[in-house]
Design a protein around this ligand. Structure first.
Ligand SMILES: *[C@@H]1O[C@H](CO)[C@@H](O)[C@H](O)[C@H]1NC(C)=O
Ligand SMILES: *[C@@H]1O[C@H](CO)[C@@H](O)[C@H](O)[C@H]1NC(C)=O
Ligand SMILES: *[C@@H]1O[C@H](CO)[C@@H](O)[C@H](O)[C@H]1NC(C)=O
Ligand SMILES: *[C@@H]1O[C@H](CO)[C@@H](O)[C@H](O)[C@H]1NC(C)=O
Ligand SMILES: *[C@@H]1O[C@H](CO)[C@@H](O)[C@H](O)[C@H]1NC(C)=O
Ligand SMILES: *[C@@H]1O[C@H](CO)[C@@H](O)[C@H](O)[C@H]1NC(C)=O
Length: 767
């Protein structure tokens, strides 16, 4: 690139004078304009500033996308006189590569909005799109049209993507086809595909990209979504009985995820912020998938800024998701470095992996899967190519298998995804780094504005919809009620209105698609099914008809009148069976209840687990923070309290004796071991339950799953009045909640009853 001298000798002299001979003057804007578009500068006309050309949709800057103000105050890629900078109309790759058919209209070049139709020669049938339109991102709509005829081959003709040529015409098992892209296009995806025994081609159809071709956020979320899901869900399979679908969740393989964001000069500040937001969304999404990976998170330019160190995950102490998120949020880009050292980054990952291998041992390391997710433009200008480092990393993961066959069997243990961002992408340098089986691993993003939403969409709710307790902790858009439904998808309102017109309301929790759990005291003698209404909006009507309600057989409100307890609430649980099952979705989904296999999975208990293990995890401290809901209009609010367990319990339950209706002298007569106790001011000011809160779930969140540990039953004081809502406790007010671990037998006889075929059952633990 030529050196343009922008300083006149006079200006140069002045510059020398004012700036101590250190610098010359700035780059100039002379000859920088672009016909049909405009440009922006990242740092005005100073050194290191990036000039970025912009064109409207369907056009791209030509001959260059960007220019950099160099240290000698000249532009890298100086403007050329004979090819002035302009906005060119987007072109799509040549579709006339189709075999055994014809393309209309035949043209030398095809531009955005141009339409094509395809016809097969007689005797051939078509698969794929018979009509395609050239899109603004440089791709054809629809899918590759393929004309083929029954040939008796094992695999179907894989066709030829627009702009490509194919070598290989035999489609028997183990035969390969190879693709290359014509002239100024480059290939993204599998350049070689093998016909497998199952009649499918390995890999994914490649595509030919121009420098101006990019992936839309929808394409990225679909392709990356299916790829990352494969990474997240392998090894052992776990059948999801509720949705009747098979969900594969890795239960004991370890997943290590290494994320790196390029913050060098050529990446704009706003893109770094977007990438940070996207990372946070991705991490949250992955957590909702009930895997608990280890993370390494690094920002890099010519230096590395390690934000989350993966070795912390091997220190024996659990690293909280929120702590990871906070570290990413808090990271600030300081002084920018001009260089990019991609090799340094790969070396860092290699080093971390080597340490992990030593820590966990060789055998255990075999079960570790590694996923790299990089955001970069690939302009490495320091440290050289990272390829040799990558070879060593592959050796480590593939275990030096020289026999190709064996290396292949371990390929699923290493995935490298690259999100090529920035205004000028160095595809040739980045593409060789992409690693992994199956789906697409290389994404060219025009702009990463939507990356956060893209990641939000990657995990298909449909696939995980039956998982108990799964919820969205954050909801940025939409109305408040919708957000509440996604946060507490299990909540139901219960209204009981008897023939005299008196009505009572309670809260319940969906525990499987047919059953709602609530308090027995919501029902009074003489109530019938038709008096009971359950409200839970699953899009199929808000109010659900009730088929039956079943109270705990030991519930007897008058059971201890003689012992000085006028109203005795032990075993205050009931199950309501609905006439029809509710539609499960991200806003209507069961909560996890104690002693089920699903809850063990949610708690990430490995192998054969017990009820006791669950209880120890959920109710282990003398003070356990729990939450419950209260009605607010047609939505709910969350109340927080602390269950006083172990040594704190005695002091908590003694306040039961302050209730006028209790004349017993031992609080345990009224408050049996089946209750959890909350309330009071110390050490925390708890919220108290109001009348309408009865029957609602007392729950704890464990990562992205909610587990119901108890159920709101009764309290010592009515501090709420008629209004209800969020009310704080006073010194002596106490609430008592039925501990679900104490009523598992009741839940199991109904929800685990295998001797009926009306509803699918929950799998309860043996002990
Ligand atoms: C260079 O650009 C900066 C920022 O636009 C400006 O403050 C400075 O005066 C310029 N220097 C010269 C010598 O033009
Ligand atoms: C294809 O697109 C170019 C550029 O927009 C346009 O000039 C041309 O007329 C189109 N051709 C057809 C057949 O529509
Ligand atoms: C999952 O379901 C399939 C088909 O119903 C069955 O063949 C398979 O054994 C089940 N796997 C497990 C782990 O239960
Ligand atoms: C794998 O290969 C590398 C170099 O190719 C070598 O240094 C290393 O010792 C080998 N490791 C094993 C486990 O064989
Ligand atoms: C998973 O763990 C079980 C025992 O907890 C073990 O038998 C099994 O081999 C492990 N599977 C993998 C893939 O590590
Ligand atoms: C005491 O019992 C009576 C009769 O069951 C009831 O109406 C009243 O609300 C109870 N009082 C308190 C403070 O619980």
């Amino acid at each position: 690139m030529g050196f343009a001298v922008h300083c006149s000798w006079l200006a140069a002299l002045l510059c020398l004078h004012f700036f101590g001979g250190q610098v010359c003057c700035n780059c100039t804007e002379e000859n920088m304009e672009i016909a049909g578009g405009h440009y922006t500068l990242t740092k005005q006309l100073q050194k290191g500033s990036l000039l970025i050309y912009h064109c409207s949709e369907g056009y791209y800057p030509y001959p260059v996308m960007t220019r950099l103000c160099q240290h000698d105050d000249s532009w890298r890629m100086a403007p050329r006189r004979f090819t002035p900078q302009r906005c060119r109309v987007v072109e799509c790759p040549d579709p006339n590569v189709m075999e055994y058919g014809e393309v209309f209209p035949p043209q030398e070049k095809y531009f955005v909005k141009n339409e094509t139709t395809y016809e097969c020669y007689s005797g051939y049938t078509m698969r794929g799109s018979a009509r395609r339109v050239c899109l603004p991102n440089g791709k054809w709509s629809g899918s590759t049209p393929i004309c083929s005829r029954e040939s008796g081959h094992n695999c179907a003709d894989p066709g030829i993507p627009a702009g490509a040529s194919k070598a290989g015409n035999i489609f028997g098992i183990d035969e390969t086809v190879k693709y290359s892209c014509n002239s100024n296009l480059f290939l993204v995806g599998s350049s070689e595909r093998v016909c497998l025994e199952n009649g499918q081609w390995s890999g994914k159809e490649p595509a030919c990209y121009y420098k101006h071709t990019y992936d839309t956020s929808l394409e990225v979320s679909q392709a990356f979504g299916s790829s990352i899901r494969e990474s997240l869900t392998t090894l052992e399979s776990l059948n999801d009985t509720q949705a009747g679908k098979t969900i594969r969740i890795s239960k004991n393989g370890t997943l290590n995820i290494y994320i790196a964001v390029d913050i060098s000069e050529s990446i704009e500040e706003k893109d770094v912020t977007k990438a940070k937001d996207a990372i946070i969304t991705l991490i949250k999404k992955i957590a909702s998938f009930t895997v608990d990976p280890n993370y390494e998170i690094v920002f890099f330019s010519s230096d590395l800024y390690e934000v989350v160190n993966i070795l912390d995950f091997f220190g024996g102490k659990k690293v909280e998701l929120n702590a990871i998120i906070k570290k990413v949020e808090d990271f600030k880009v300081g002084q920018k470095n001009t260089g990019t050292d991609l090799n340094l980054l790969f070396k860092k990952f290699e080093q971390q992996m080597a340490v992990i291998k030593i820590r966990v041992g060789k055998e255990q390391f075999k079960e570790h899967r590694h996923v790299f997710i990089l955001f970069t433009d690939g302009a490495y200008n320091m440290g050289g190519s990272p390829e040799p480092t990558l070879v060593r990393i592959k050796n480590m993961v593939y275990m030096n298998h020289t026999v190709e066959q064996e290396a292949q069997s371990r390929e699923e243990y290493l995935d490298i995804y690259i999100f090529a961002i920035g205004n000028e992408i160095f595809d040739d340098d980045l593409q060789p780094l992409v690693t992994g089986l199956g789906g697409k691993h290389y994404f060219r993003m025009k702009d990463i504005e939507d990356l956060q939403e893209t990641f939000d969409a990657i995990i298909d709710e449909e696939e995980v919809k039956g998982l108990c307790g799964l919820h969205k902790e954050y909801e940025m858009f939409g109305n408040a009620q919708e957000a509440a439904r996604k946060k507490y998808p299990w909540w139901a309102f219960i209204t009981i209105q008897n023939d005299e017109g008196k009505s009572r309301s309670c809260i319940g929790s969906l525990v499987n698609p047919y059953f709602v759990l609530t308090a027995a005291h919501c029902f009074k003698f003489g109530d019938e099914q038709k008096h009971v209404k359950v409200e839970i909006d699953d899009g199929q009507g808000r109010v659900k008809q009730v088929k039956d309600f079943i109270l705990h057989p030991k519930y007897n409100i008058n059971g201890k009148v003689k012992e000085g307890v006028l109203e005795f609430y032990d075993y205050d649980v009931a199950l309501i069976q609905l006439e029809e099952y509710v539609q499960i979705s991200s806003s209507v989904r069961p909560i996890c209840i104690p002693c089920t296999q699903e809850t063990s999975d949610a708690l990430q208990l490995v192998g054969v687990s017990t009820c006791k293990q669950q209880e120890e995890l959920l109710l282990k401290n003398d003070l356990e923070r729990v939450s419950f809901l209260t009605k607010r209009g047609s939505s709910v609010d969350e109340k927080d309290a602390h269950a006083k367990l172990g040594g704190s319990r005695v002091d908590c339950i003694k306040h039961a004796l302050e209730v006028p209706n209790i004349t017993a002298t031992d609080p345990k007569v009224a408050v049996t071991d089946n209750f959890l106790c909350t309330g009071g001011l110390t050490p925390f000011r708890d919220h108290v339950a109001c009348k309408g809160d009865s029957g609602g779930a007392v729950f704890k969140n464990y990562e992205h799953r909610t587990i119901q540990v108890a159920l709101v039953s009764w309290g010592t004081k009515d501090l709420c009045g008629s209004g209800g809502g969020i009310v704080e406790s006073d010194q002596t007010s106490r609430d008592f909640h039925i501990n679900l671990f104490r009523v598992v037998d009741f839940l199991k006889t109904i929800l685990g009853n295998d001797e009926q075929d009306e509803y699918s059952t929950l799998e309860f633990l043996k002990d």
